[in-house]
Design a protein around this ligand. Structure first.
Ligand code: ASP
Length: 305
């Protein structure tokens, strides 16, 4: 059994940013997110708090597709999803299609804390989040000029809608704390030009987000419909439980996604200390830090130290 804390994060899978400034902003967002989560873990904080803290930083960075900087739906609006899960008792919380929250991940954590339901959507989710103390913002303040242009481009004939673009994507974190508890958090604006009301894999427990102390924690990124149809994160869990090493378990689940014509990646860590960050597209913004080692971030394929 591995000792010490660990935290892995992602900022979406897709193409390599063509713009060096965007790449720098993504890397610096990843570093700040790792530091925020690692600082909590180093001071004895829990895995869930660390995962939420890291995702919160990434939601604030407009370069990623979550919180401020989320992609726009076909009606030109931000609609965000987020989920959290803690591995000790498999408690989970999620929100879908929220528009007025700067930090959907905080709303998801409040749903978990409350414990009555697992997923809340739309105005009901917002009203609940506000009553729990999550801050509301003007939805327009979450819209960036880059995402407006991106939607315009996606509307041009012959253009496929999708995450695409040179910016970052969906964000997520998986953590193991000093007591060995696991947690996962994922937050997304979804897909460019999606139908209003569409719900992503990120918000669905067992699809884009999962944690169980007995097995592993997973946060996925990619074409959500296919990650839902393969019940991706739970497929990783089932394989790990059956004794498959974590990297192979992730690769197997990703192969199923590919088999249905999808692509993407995930970050995962298990109860024994393994960490995997596979992806089958040109790049995945990602980072990892383990207790006693410096943090590491990357966009392009290269092995972590
Ligand atoms: N999985 C997200 C969604 O389908 C998008 C992504 O991760 O790129 O909304």
């Amino acid at each position: 059994m591995a000792r010490g804390f660990a935290l892995a994060i992602h900022g979406g899978a897709g193409g390599l940013p063509r713009d060096a400034r965007v790449a720098r902003e993504m890397e610096s967002g990843l570093r700040v997110a790792l530091e925020a989560g690692a600082a909590l873990l180093a001071s004895g904080g829990g895995a869930l708090d660390a995962a939420v803290a890291a995702v919160r930083v990434l939601e604030s960075a407009p370069v990623f597709n979550a919180g401020r900087g989320s992609v726009l739906s076909a009606s030109g609006q931000v609609e965000m999803d987020a989920a959290v899960m803690e591995g000790e008792k498999r408690r989970a919380g999620a929100v879908a299609c929220v528009r007025r929250l700067e930090h959907p991940v905080e709303a998801a954590r409040e749903v978990l804390r409350d414990g009555r339901h697992v997923v809340l959507s739309g105005e009901g989710a917002e009203a609940f989040a506000l009553s729990a103390g999550v801050r509301a913002v003007d939805p327009d303040s979450l819209v960036t000029p880059f995402r407006r242009d991106q939607l315009e481009r996606a509307r041009m004939p012959g253009t496929e809608s999708g995450e695409g673009g040179p910016g970052g994507g969906t964000v997520g974190a998986v953590a193991r704390d000093g007591d060995g508890h696991l947690a996962a958090a994922t937050s997304t604006g979804g897909l460019v030009g999606k139908r209003p009301g569409r719900v992503s894999d990120s918000a669905l427990i067992g699809c884009g987000t999962w944690a169980d102390d007995a097995s592993c924690a997973v946060s996925a990124t990619g074409q959500g419909e296919i990650f839902i149809r393969t019940v991706f994160a739970h497929a990783v869990d089932v394989a790990v439980r059956a004794g498959v090493p974590l990297p192979e378990a992730c690769a197997g689940a990703l192969a199923e996604v590919e088999g249905l014509g999808g692509s993407g990646g995930c970050i995962a860590l298990d109860a024994r200390g393994a960490i995997a960050m596979p992806f089958d597209v040109p790049a995945m913004a990602r980072g990892v830090v383990r207790e006693g080692s410096p943090g590491w971030v990357a966009l392009a394929p290269e092995d972590p130290p």
